[in-house]
Every structure is written in structure tokens, then in C-alpha cells.
Ligand binder design. Structure first.
Ligand code: NAD
Length: 335
């Protein structure tokens, strides 16, 4: 039976990378039934709703989604669709594996970078609780709860155990935010104590950023609250070739939504320059989640073959190929 998969193409380069990724997934030979729905700026223009009911209805049927980036206006305008979706479906784990691709030339190409970011996905400063106390004084609430901190820490350590990973580093600013980040750390320590075979460490976020640039190969699994996780994810992407590369997944008890770390890249929208690698690698994670391990491995291997050959890479990673030329090369490697 075909796997039902909800596709949210999104805004900016979203439709370009989503189409490329759907082609690559189909080329693995896995039977899929795509349910394409719109959310974000396009949905707002067409239906008057940022997150139309059809999106949630589809995800409640399929439980699995592939999502392109969606635009969020800066300093005003509508709230983030991503935050809304993650909260609505209780996708509390944001999982982002950051790995070097074979053959890709980067500033850190000689280092064996292979880290996994676990970012709490539902609270912190992303609660959206902001108000003006008096004129020219605003307050933004950072919410940290024991429930959310324990469950992200548990998901992180369970993954580490399952995958035979060696070390988890919790990242915080509890020297300043003694109560909120303090509670996050307390929960991480409590869970770490139940996984004695896995080394546990802690780093203050500013020091962690420096260490990530100086010694990226020494990091294994990073466990972070929402905001630091967002920022550190882009930093980590920069270590392995940029935002065009790094995949991700938003995971909850009932739903899984796969999406790249990158945004809508308005500067290259519609120019055929978008690198679909990040969403394709997210799709490889999705296929594994669906139990299609062989197809997942084949897709990942095809992407890596194209990188090894280095002839059909997009501009962001030093090549000259268009989105469709890169996609054609990946599809060709699958056959
Ligand atoms: P961005 O990730 O869109 O772009 C940053 C830079 O990376 C740009 O120069 C862009 O061209 C490049 N880039 C990103 N993805 C690329 C790809 N696949 N191929 C080649 N180059 C790529 O970040 P931004 O400009 O800060 O954000 C733009 C919009 O995206 C904002 O509205 C933001 O809110 C939104 N955003 C959405 C998500 C999401 O939906 N998950 C994530 C991050 C940002």
C-alpha cells in the first residue's frame, strides 16, 4: 500500500525544493500518495488563513509530512507557521543531523564532523507571549517547563542509546537565567543520571559557539532549549557547507514533519539556484521513519554519489548546476 504523505511546499524556494525532493523520493521506487496542501503566505493570499484546516486534517490522516520553508515577516505581521504547526501537533523534538558530505569542499573539510542537534520545539522564547508593559517597554516571556525539558532530554538520551552515540552536551545560559535555563539543566541532569553509559557534559551557549567553530569534530549530540537550538543549528550548518545541506525532522508522539533547517531564501527564489539537498536528506530520514530503510539508504547514497563526483552541484556549494540539473543527477544515480 502506498504511504500517504502530506506535502506543504511552503514559500520562497519551498515549491522548488519540494518538487525536486518528491521526484527523488518517487525514483527510489517506494509507493507514495502525496497529499499537497498549502500553508503560509500563499495559503493566506488564497484562503485568508495561514494554516488552513486542510493542513491539519491531512496530517491527522497521514501522520507524516514533508514541508518546505514558510515565510515569517520580521518585526510585525503574522506569527510563524512553523511555531504554530509544532505546537498544534505537539512536535516537541527538533532533530537535525549535521554531517559532512563526501567530497564537498568546505572550510572544515578535513574534520570528521558528525553531530546531532536535539532542539526543544514547543516553548522557551517561542511561546509568542509578548506585550508592551508601558510605552516603549516590552516584555517577552521565556517559558521553560519541567514537562517539556524532561521529554526532550529523554528523547535525546534514548536516541543516543539506540544509535550507540557516546556523549550528550546540554547547552544553556543558566549562569544568567538561573531559574529558566536552571530548570532546563536540572531536567537534563536528572535524565542523564538514568543513562550512565552515555557521557554527559554542559556548556554555556557562548562558549559552545566558540568551541563549535574551533573543535567541531569533538561534538556528538547537542541538547538545547528552543532559541539556542535555532541559532546553533545555523552555525552548525555553516560548518558543513551551509543551509543548503542540513536536514531536519519535527517529531511528536503521533506526527512527524520533515523539513530542512533553511528558510525561504527570498534572494534566490524562482532562479533555479536552490539546493534541494537539505530537503532530500530530510526525505531520506522520512523514508527511514516510514520503515522504508532500503529506499532511505539508496536516496542518501545517491545524494552522496553526486557530491563525490562534484559535477552537478548547485552554486551555494561551489558548483554551477541548477536545481533541476542536481535533481536529475540524484535521480540518475538511483537508477
Ligand atoms: P534563509 O535560510 O532563507 O536564507 C539564508 C541564506 O542561505 C540566503 O542567502 C539563502 O539564499 C541561503 N540558502 C538557504 N537555503 C538555501 C538552499 N536550499 N539553497 C541555496 N541557498 C540557500 O534565512 P533568512 O533569509 O534568514 O530567512 C528567510 C525567511 O525564511 C524568513 O521569513 C524566515 O522567517 C523564514 N524561515 C523559515 C524557516 C522554516 O520554515 N522552517 C526556517 C528559517 C527561516
Amino acid at each position: 500500500m502506498a504511504h500517504g504523505i502530506t506535502v506543504i511546499p511552503g514559500d520562497g524556494i519551498g515549491p522548488e525544493v519540494a518538487e525536486a525532493t518528491m521526484r527523488a523520493v518517487e525514483a527510489t521506487g517506494v509507493a507514495v500518495a502525496w497529499e499537497c496542501v498549502e500553508a503560509g503566505a500563499k495559503a493566506l493570499a488564497e484562503t485568508g488563513k495561514l494554516l488552513p484546516d486542510t493542513v491539519i486534517q491531512s496530517l491527522n490522516r497521514t501522520h507524516v509530512g514533508l514541508k518546505g520553508p514558510t515565510e515569517t515577516p520580521i518585526a510585525g505581521g503574522h506569527k510563524s507557521i512553523n511555531v504554530a504547526l509544532r505546537k498544534r501537533l505537539d512536535l516537541y523534538v527538533n532533530f537535525r543531523p549535521v554531517r559532512m558530505l563526501p567530497g564537498l569542499k568546505t572550510r572544515f573539510q578535513d574534520l570528521p564532523i558528525d553531530m546531532v542537534i536535539f532542539r526543544e520545539n514547543t516553548e522557551d522564547l517561542y511561546s509568542g507571549l509578548e506585550h508592551e508593559v508601558v510605552t516603549d517597554v516590552v516584555e517577552s516571556l521565556k517559558i521553560i517547563t519541567r514537562t517539556a525539558s524532561i521529554r526532550i532530554a529523554r528523547a535525546t538520551f534514548e536516541f543516543a542509546r539506540k544509535e550507540g552515540r557516546k556523549k550528550v552536551t546540554a547547552i544553556h545560559k543558566a549562569n544568567i537565567m538561573k531559574m529558566s535555563d536552571g530548570l532546563f539543566l536540572k531536567c537534563c541532569r536528572e535524565v542523564a543520571a538514568q543513562f550512565s553509559e552515555i557521557e554527559y557534559g554542559e556548556l554555556i551557549v557562548d562558549n559552545a559557539c566558540m568551541q563549535l567553530v574551533m573543535r567541531p569534530e569533538t561534538f556528538d549530540i547537542l541538547l538545547l532549549p528552543n532559541l539556542y537550538g535555532d541559532i546553533v543549528s545555523d552555525l552548525a550548518a555553516g560548518l558543513v557547507g551551509g543551509l543548503g545541506i542540513v536536514p531536519g525532522a519535527n517529531l511528536g508522539e503521533r506526527h512527524a514533519l520533515f523539513e530542512a533547517v533553511h528558510g525561504t531564501a527570498p534572494d534566490i527564489k524562482g532562479k533555479g539556484k536552490a539546493n534541494p539537498t537539505a530537503l532530500m536528506q530530510s526525505a531520506a530520514l522520512m523514508l527511514a521513519h516510514l520503515g522504508e530503510r532500503k529506499a532511505s539508504r539508496s536516496l542518501q547514497a545517491a545524494i552522496e554519489k553526486v557530491y563525490m563526483e562534484g559535477k552537478h552541484l548547485t552554486g551555494d556549494v561551489g558548483g554551477k548546476a541548477s536545481t533541476s540539473e542536481f535533481t536529475k543527477a540524484v535521480v540518475g544515480s538511483l537508477r
